[in-house]
Design a protein around this ligand. Structure first.
Ligand SMILES: [Zn+2]
Length: 97
């Protein structure tokens, strides 16, 4: 019974750290608070506002996901995969100066 209790407590600490990290707070702090306050901290953590860093990180990831995967060749203007070094159409070397 005691082992079960301890396992639960560790689980709460772990979860607290994960929630805190997701919201942009220190995961370590989340774990410590989880150990001290138990499930009450989990409830508080769930309703915590996200930090501006976390929101910015989210926006950055969204922008990355929305970024075009297709680029235009500067030489022939054909659509080529974004990040290509050589145009598959005209063999123009992109980025080489
Ligand atoms: Zn080209």
């Amino acid at each position: 019974m005691l082992i079960l209790f301890i396992l639960c407590w560790i689980g709460i600490g772990y979860l607290g750290g994960k929630i805190a990290a997701k919201k942009g707070y220190s995961p370590k702090l989340g774990v410590i608070l989880g150990f001290i306050f138990g499930w009450m901290w989990l409830l508080v953590a769930l309703f915590l506002p996200r930090t501006t860093e976390a929101i910015e990180q989210d926006n950055f990831e969204k922008e990355l996901a929305a970024a075009p995967k297709i680029a235009n060749c500067p030489s022939c203007g054909k659509r080529i995969p974004f990040g290509s070094t050589v145009c598959p159409e005209c063999e123009y070397q992109i980025g080489k100066r």
